[in-house]
Design a protein around this ligand. Structure first.
Ligand SMILES: NC(=O)c1ccc[n+]([C@@H]2O[C@H](COP(=O)([O-])OP(=O)(O)OC[C@H]3O[C@@H](n4cnc5c(N)ncnc54)[C@H](OP(=O)(O)O)[C@@H]3O)[C@@H](O)[C@H]2O)c1
Length: 247
């Protein structure tokens, strides 16, 4: 049966790599994002790779007052979905956001508040069919650190939110999967000087892990897998040691 997939943030490099894998299986897509030209280009690419259909919804997904209207626009193309990938996000600039509360608020609204509202909207309107929601979090949410605690706190808050929803739906038809990537080579990290070292993954590798995680329904998946070990170590570092690190 054709899988119906909604992608929130379909212009993301990770989301598009995931969509390419699902296009090969003949999935039908609703692609939501705010850049129409890129949504159109991605849709054409997915059709060329085997997608059975694509529909576009152009919207600012972090507009808190528009979540339900945008959800309705997505459902106008497909009444139900089998899978939703919530992928949009914003790394921002920690120093600037500390100095400018408007930027700090944007980072929190994009990465936490709007994502939480989307999860509520998706579940509230879920029909009686099974639904798998894959949420892209980040290893940055595992421990607050000085160079990116605003983004990290938003992703960490999102993890708590997902955890609570997983608990609420533990025996229901809605499965929520949290994916926690480490460093990924995408436009989001273009500004990072050492992009591409041994700890860096490609969007394609992360997308492969997303497909597997959605299939298995595991509640939380680090990608690549070795970030589980790294973050367990980071989380357990004594404060006296952690405070000496310039991370
Ligand atoms: N790259 C990494 O190292 C890394 C690591 C851990 C987690 N992640 C997470 O992975 C996810 C995907 O990021 P990526 O690496 O694929 O980077 P990316 O290619 O830069 O994708 C981020 C996407 O989010 C979209 N977006 C941001 N704010 C939006 C809004 N208000 N409305 C609609 N779309 C919005 C951007 O759209 P515009 O082009 O319109 O701005 C962009 O397409 C994000 O949640 C990110 O936090 C990334």
């Amino acid at each position: 049966m054709t899988q119906r997939i909604l992608i929130l943030g379909a212009t993301s490099a990770i989301a598009h790599a995931y969509a390419r894998l699902k296009a090969k299986e003949g999935a039908a897509f609703v692609l939501a994002g705010r850049r129409t030209d890129m949504l159109e280009a991605n849709a054409a690419d997915l059709m060329a790779r085997g997608a059975s259909s694509t529909a576009l919804v152009a919207a600012d997904l972090a507009d808190l007052s528009a979540v339900e209207a945008t959800m309705a626009a997505c459902r106008a193309h497909s009444a139900t979905f089998d899978e939703v990938l919530l992928a949009y996000g914003m790394l921002g600039d920690q120093a600037r956001a500390e100095a400018d509360l408007t930027q700090a608020r944007t980072l929190i609204d994009v990465n936490f508040t709007s994502a939480a509202l989307w999860l509520l909207a998706l579940v509230k309107e879920a029909a009686l069919t099974p639904l798998t929601i894959v949420v892209v979090g980040s290893v940055a949410g595992d421990r607050g650190r000085k160079t990116n605690f605003i983004y990290g706190a938003a992703k960490g808050g999102l993890e708590r939110f997902v955890e609570g929803m997983q608990h609420a739906h533990a025996s229901g038809r809605v499965r929520i999967v949290l994916i926690k990537p480490g460093f990924v080579i995408t436009p989001m990290t273009d500004g990072i000087a050492n992009q591409g070292g041994p700890l860096w993954a490609t969007a394609e590798a992360v997308a492969g892990d997303i497909v597997k995680a959605a299939r298995s329904g595991r509640p939380c998946v680090y990608t690549p897998w070795f970030w589980w070990g790294i973050m367990t170590t980071v989380r357990n570092l004594p404060r006296a040691v952690f405070n000496r690190l310039n991370i």
